[in-house]
Structures are given as structure tokens and as C-alpha cells.
Design a protein around this ligand. Structure first.
Ligand SMILES: [Zn+2]
Length: 108
């Protein structure tokens, strides 16, 4: 990687977070060859994704504060299939917000 390329490259997910995601996927038996093409060349995409949760199919909006599911994506380098996993189920999502909610519920 040239110096110029190094300057352009910004790591979107911290390395320790990536390692934790991979460890959790392995621990759950979820790092297996691609179910579409059988390739073992799978990579963790560098970045987080969200699925917006909505109750209305006709007024789709992504900027109205709708709840969203935080995700990571495993991508097959051979066929491009994408596998999404919720950070919550993997126990990787920063649960500081959940802890704060629990404190609020305890006080009620
Ligand atoms: Zn594939």
C-alpha cells in the first residue's frame, strides 16, 4: 500500500470490534462456506449497516427516527452474496443504551 493509499484508507470498524464479530460468528457456527456458491472466500465488510423498521409500506422514510436493526455484513468474494447478522444477537452492540434503559425501568 502506497503512502497515498494509506492516507485514503479509513477503517470504519475498529480492528478489535472486527475480531470480536468474527469470534462470535465462529462461536455460533455461522462462519461456513457460502450457501450460494460454496466458496470459502468470505469477508467482513468494513462498515455497519441498518435495516429500518417501519409499520407502513406506503410512506417509507429513512430519516424520521424509525427504529433500526444494527448489522454487520459478511460478503462472499466469489459470487457477491451478502449475509447480514444483527450486532445485538451477536452480543457486540454497545449495550450502554440498554443498561441506561434498564436503570430507568428499575426506578419505575
Ligand atoms: Zn458465494
Amino acid at each position: 500500500m502506497t503512502k497515498r493509499e494509506e492516507q485514503k484508507y479509513v477503517e470504519l470498524i475498529p480492528q478489535e470490534q472486527k475480531e470480536l464479530v468474527i469470534k462470535r460468528l465462529q462461536g455460533r457456527g455461522a462462519l461456513v462456506p457460502c450457501s450460494r456458491c460454496g466458496s470459502g472466500e468470505l469477508i467482513l465488510e468494513d462498515g455497519y449497516f441498518h435495516l429500518v423498521v417501519q409499520s407502513d409500506l406506503h410512506n417509507i422514510s429513512i430519516a424520521d427516527g424509525s427504529p433500526a436493526i444494527p448489522l454487520i455484513a459478511i460478503v462472499c468474494r466469489n459470487c457477491g452474496a451478502i449475509y447480514l447478522h444483527t450486532l445485538i444477537a451477536l452480543g457486540v452492540f454497545d449495550n450502554a443504551v440498554d443498561e441506561k434503559d434498564n436503570e430507568t425501568l428499575d426506578k419505575k
